[in-house]
Write a protein that binds this ligand. Sequence first.
Ligand SMILES: Cc1cc2nc3c(=O)[nH]c(=O)nc-3n(C[C@H](O)[C@H](O)[C@H](O)COP(=O)(O)O)c2cc1C
Length: 224
Amino acid sequence: MQFDDVIMGRKSTRGYLDKPVPRELIEEVLKLAMRAPSSMNTQPWHFHVITGEPLDRIRAGNTERNLAGVPHSREFRTGRPFEGVHRERQVGVAKQLFAAQGIARDDKDARLDWVMRGFRQFDAPVCVIITYDKELADSDDTAFDCGAVTTMLVNAAWSRGLGCVINSQGIMQSPVVREHAGIPDDQVIMKAVALGWPDDTFPANAVVSERKDVGEAARFVGFD
Ligand SMILES: Cc1cc2nc3c(=O)[nH]c(=O)nc-3n(C[C@H](O)[C@H](O)[C@H](O)COP(=O)(O)O)c2cc1C
């Protein structure tokens, strides 16, 4: 695939085929992803690649705790609820996804089903938990570096025909992930990435999310 095709074609994948992903292919994707730049080349990231029974235990634990209303236990700062334009964008993509899935605004059961799907890692065959070295937790560069490598990961996966969705839902109950994935104490859990072969019949997979224009995001100084 050409670079532009990968970048413009990638979309978050929230419906997967029940088909395993070879370990060698995931290693190839991670090798590409790890060409990401990082602050002083510190490469603070780790990948816990989970499938099969341990992943099923994480899905079950996440489901149980979220249904029971256990408050989230993310291991990093999460900020305040979105407001203004950020809230509008959040609602915008949710509306696109619900419309694609035929989920009505007042259909509480269908909305709950959708949320629980996220906590099950969208029933993907693989989940990659991104963690970073705890001793670098005080630097915001660390989160920046994890974002860089994760973006590379989802694009590298897409270039090989694999879909992904970066998600916080999978790590909202971090003790569940820590236990079943065996995450060492000297690492901080940052994010989950569901990964697998996209199910092209799953309506939400066709959603193309919107972007603000370059003119809105960028200022050019000294060009005139
Ligand atoms: C840090 C981060 C957290 C995210 N968390 C979730 C999540 O919990 N559930 C979900 O369905 N998508 C999640 N997403 C996916 C975003 O909704 C998606 O990337 C965004 O709407 C743009 O759509 P696209 O990936 O299809 O281009 C997350 C993405 C990022 C980068």
